[in-house]
Design a binder for this molecule. Sequence first.
Ligand code: 0RQ
Length: 502
Amino acid sequence: LADRVRYADFLSRTMSAEQAARFISHGDTVGMSGFTGVGHPKALPQAIAARASAAHGAGDPFKINLWTGASTAPEVDGALAAAGAIAQRLPYNSDPSARRQINAGEIDYIDMHLSHVAQHAWFGFLGKMDVAVIEVAGVTADGLLIPSNAVGNNKTWLQIADRVILEVNTRLPLRIEGMHDIYNGTALPPRRMPISLTHADNRIGEPYLHVDPAKVVAIVETSALDRDNVFAQPDANSNRIAQFIIDFLAHEVKMGRLPQQMLPIQSGVGNVANAVLAGLLHSPFEKLLGFTEVLQDGMLDLLRAGKMARASATAISLSRAAYEDFENNIDFYRDRVILRPQEISNHPELVRRLGVIAMNSMIEADIYGNVNSTHLMGSSMMNGIGGSGDFARNGYLSFFVTPSVAKDGAISCIVPMVSHVDHTEHDTQIIVTEQGLADLRGLAPRKRARAIIEHCAHPDFRPMLLDYFERASRQGAQHTPHLLGEALSWHQRYLDTGSMHA
Ligand code: 0RQ
């Protein structure tokens, strides 16, 4: 460990995860590292889960509030949920057991824009943090922390927590040192200054995280890999959606509404997003820039092929094969990848200034372009809003994509009224399904409805949507025609019969 932890003072604080878990008590708020399955602590969460199980076995309560960057992995959310050890969770979760408990009302889940988390913690809106558990690649001789494959909210957790536990992961390449750009200039209002980042690949901070050495109570050595973020090969629907987007972007360049060199790209998580990036590999665009939160396999391919010049993100979330390539060619990628705190990677000021092209997946959209990214049938949480809102509202262009139907055609992803709203009609510009693309820019609601029904709805549902819209248009107010008694009847019918078909 001494070659990783070069700050000698810390070595005497080395201990097992089980010993370190004693610094965490029932009722504590624990800020952990971790963003989209990478950079999370690998050992401590399981040791805390074991502590919780032992306490529960003895009839004692043991739950913590768990705050992270975004989603983690089975050894964090999975282990802690299995032990019934989570009281409150924020800001994003994709773990199935934690999701079950969230939807059973057993975990209080606070679904937040990822760019809001650090500042809301600083403002004191969320309460105080007792312990931070942060994975790092190493500690320099000066006591500076070399970040791991994700930065997330680590800077803020290290600053606001009373105590800090560091997991030093010896499996991480030490040559990752220098890839990160940690900006420390975000003061609180009214003392905030402009963030002087004017190009997606600017570096405005320093490569290390700071910690007050006096707060570090334990150093735990680990060597486990991050989650294997596997992707399905893009299917026919994803490829069609990708092609619609690429053709649209090429058209925008032709019309002079996008510069030839394009604008920086943000891509959400998932298979469709990855297919769009794969499509860009064979597109006419060159010297692309990424300004996104998660760097996935598709973006790594673009960097390797020289199609993308540089990418800025807060986490590198890769499949095993892509991660091997990343590690083997770390010097190449260190020159081309910049990892920032999520309050910077997702910052509305920067997304707006840079003119980011935002592409995010959704669960459903309604005929007016309101988008639901988070809830199934209105009540059941899927994952969370993540960074989609940070980018959608502030981007130069904002795409929302989905297959037109779900559950083997039983569900239409284009509905009369969304059962939950994450992105209002004011934040959505372009809706894309495998059926086509609806460009909503400059359209009033009734024209938006016709464009979405005609271009995006599945043919099996298109006549029903048209019928709804036309009947609504014949009665009542005409700005955004709705039949309130029917607007959510498609969802109710699915709950009653297992299908939205009439
Ligand atoms: O369920 O697996 O049980 O069949 O929802 O759907 O089509 O596999 O889509 O994996 O791309 O996820 C919006 C959830 C899409 C994701 C969402 C069912 C469907 C399936 C998943 P099954 P797909 P994806 C940056 C941006 C919010 C955060 C975000 C997400 C399951 O993209 O979490 O954008 N986004 N972050 O069958 C009922 C419908 C449905 C439906 C699909 N209309 N009704 N069920 N499903 N449509 C990244 C970060 O912020 C970290």
